[in-house]
Design a protein around this ligand. Structure first.
Ligand code: SF4
Length: 407
């Protein structure tokens, strides 16, 4: 599997960090243990962010199918495969791309699909893949958000993959330090102005599966941080034609046209807040720490659970991480997070990205009324470059914001 950052940033200094990060980068992980050796160690596709600790605990290799699709030079072909299968032109390109990518891969025989809390099209996608011999595992975030429902779902997931919660919690501990590095990169984007909007986006979305290899991912993150520390702050670049750089927030599903980030920078803006991407990387849980209301709910479970002994605090943090993840739950939690982060990061304006034919586009009705910052919506359809209309909207937005800022 090639990772997102590798192909999209090819040719930039960032890409150098991933030289050698090839389809063979999962080798060397054969020592991972699993509790049930009746399964073969295999690649497990994921349609969205799930408790990835469970896949690592099972000794399998997670592959974020969104990243697999969008980072491939053959992504148009994947969409074509879906059209040949009968997917309508008027359906989401992300779903079609994932479907085509799995079929084309030939070696992803098991897919975990988030059937509650992500996408209304996932159930159909999973059933379409099943026709081609791909085993699917549904994962449902509970609605409304509650610890018991999430715990039950993670337990089912563990059983399905032949592992246990204790092993997953051990992986939670291991991954925490890697997630802290992603949080550091995010901070270097908005606080120190050393990281571009695209770089931050790619690191954040890659936190869903750690590019299948957390150790290598962690090393590359260290190298990137070291390199970025030496840069001249981006807000001091000379081609900004306003009193200062315009600070933008990105809200909505990840873009199918990632040039949206570079586009903004060419126009004098920069995305310094990536709402869903930050959620995918689980940074909010790292930053929030103890949340008594949530922990109270979790403690109803921990009082009745056996076998954790000294690890109970990590077990609670593991569950809390996926309860603090706002994306699968209610819009009010997302709105509170967006408004708070926009204030903290001194955002000038919000761009709400919507994907053609996505049911989440209706979130615009609420976002446009509840978000407390200047706001526009742009829509894109297929991978490639941002279309002329969306480009014009972003350009006008930055221009208007730029004419009204002071240094
Ligand atoms: S963009 Fe919308 S329809 Fe498409 S995969 Fe994402 S949630 Fe589903």
């Amino acid at each position: 599997m090639r990772i997102l950052v590798f192909s999209i940033l090819s040719g930039t200094c960032f890409a150098k960090l991933f030289v050698g990060y090839s389809s063979d980068h999962t080798k060397g992980r054969e020592n991972l243990k699993r509790t049930d050796m009746s399964f073969e160690r295999c690649k497990v596709g994921i349609t969205s962010t799930i408790p990835v600790e469970v896949i690592f605990a099972a000794g399998d290799v997670p592959i974020d199918l969104n990243n697999l699709f969008i980072s491939s030079p053959e992504r148009e072909k994947y969409i074509e495969i879906s059209h040949e299968e009968g997917f309508p032109q008027s359906s989401c390109a992300w779903i079609k791309g994932i479907f085509g990518a799995v079929l084309h891969s030939g070696d992803i025989r098991r897919v975990v699909g988030v059937v509650r809390g992500d996408c209304s099209g996932t159930e159909i996608l999973l059933q379409a893949l099943e026709r081609h011999g791909v085993e699917f595992i549904p994962f449902a975030y509970p609605f409304p958000r509650n610890a018991q429902g999430l715990f039950d779902e993670i337990k089912k997931f563990c059983v399905r993959l032949g592992t246990g919660i204790q092993d997953a919690v051990e992986w939670y501990r291991k991954l925490r330090s890697v997630r802290e590095k992603i949080a550091r990169i995010d901070s270097m984007c908005w606080r120190e102005n050393l990281v571009t909007g695209l770089e931050n986006h790619l690191w954040l979305v890659s936190g869903s599966d750690f590019c299948s290899d957390p150790e290598q991912f962690s090393r590359k993150a260290d190298e990137f941080i070291e390199e970025a520390r030496k840069r001249t702050p981006l807000n001091r670049r000379l081609d900004i034609r306003f009193a200062r750089e315009i600070r933008l927030a990105y809200v909505g599903v990840p873009p199918i046209d990632t040039d949206i980030f570079q586009l903004a920078e060419r126009m004098g803006g920069r995305f310094v807040f990536h709402e869903t991407q930050r959620q995918f990387s689980m940074i909010p849980a790292l930053e929030k720490g103890e949340n008594t209301e949530l922990y109270w709910d979790i403690r109803d479970i921990t009082e009745n659970i056996e076998g954790f002994d000294n690890d109970i605090a990590d077990f609670e943090s593991f569950l809390a991480q996926y309860l603090l993840y706002t994306y699968p739950y209610s819009l009010s939690e997302r709105i509170a997070d967006i408004n708070a982060q926009c204030q903290l990061r001194q955002i000038d304006g919000i761009v709400h990205y919507v994907q053609s034919f996505c049911y989440r586009n209706m979130e615009d009705v609420i976002f446009s009324r509840e978000l407390k910052f200047p706001f526009i919506t742009v829509e894109c359809d297929c991978p490639g470059r941002v279309g002329a209309q969306a480009k014009l909207r972003i350009e006008n937005f930055i221009q208007v914001l730029g004419e009204n800022v002071r240094d």
